[in-house]
Design a protein around this ligand. Sequence first.
Ligand code: SAH
Length: 243
Amino acid sequence: MNNKVEKLIKFGAELEISISEAQGEKLIQYMEEILEINKHINLTRITEEDEFIKRHLLDSLTLLKYIKNPSASILDVGTGGGFPGIPLAIMMEGATITLLDSTKKKLIVVENIAKALNISNIKILHGRAEELGQDRKYRESYDIVTSRAVANLTLLSEYCLPLTKIGGKFLPMKGREYKSEITEAEKPIAVLGGEIKAMEECLILQSEWVHVIIVIEKIKKTPRILPRTNGKIKSEKFPLLLK
Ligand code: SAH
C-alpha cells in the first residue's frame, strides 16, 4: 500500500473513522489531482500533504458520524475545491452529494477530477444558495445540508436552512469562534425553522486546531420571504420579528 494511503487510514482509525484501502486510494488521488491543479487555479492554501490529509480529507470525514442514512441526499453549500462534499461522496457510495458553488470555474475542476476518478454519486450545481433556496426545485429538498468556511453562522443559516428538508439536518462546520456565532444566530435559526440539537468540538489528532460541528434540525417550514436576496441580506438586518 502506498504510504500516503497508509497514513490516511491510520489517522482515520485514530479518529474512529474506518477507511478501506480502496476509499483511501481515491481520497489520496483526489488530493494529488487538486494539488496539481492548485498550481494554476487557486483552490486551497493548504499545499503540504500531511496538512491536506488532516485539514481537508479527515476534517471532511468527521461529518460521517452525524449522517445516519447511507442513501441520504446531501448538499454541500460553497464546496470550493470539493470540501467536505467529495470525501463524503467517496465514503458514502449509496448517497447522492450535490456540490453547490457560485463560482463555475471551481465546479468544473471538481467535476472533471470526479469523472476521472469514477466518483459518480455527485451532482454539480452552479448558483447562489440564497437564490436556489427560493427555487421550488431545490427548496426544502435535501436530507442533509452542510457547509464549511463560507460565511458566519447567521448568514450561513439563511443560505442553508431553506434548502433543508423538514426532519432533515443542517450541519455547519465551524472554528473556535463558534460560541459567539451561536449567540448571534440563535434567533435567526429559530425563525428559519431550525433547532440547535448539539455541538461537538473535535480535535483533529492533537493539533492546536479545534473545529466544531453544530447539529441543527429542521423542525418547521422556513417562512416564504426567506432567504432574502443578496442585496437585502447585505443592506438589512435579519427580520427577527417575523412569525
Ligand atoms: N467549502 C470549501 C470552500 C470554502 S471557500 C472548503 O472548506 O475548503 C467558500 C466557497 O463558497 C467559495 O468557493 C465561494 O465561491 C462559495 N460561496 C460563497 N458564497 C456563496 C453563495 N451564496 N452561494 C454559493 N456558493 C457560495
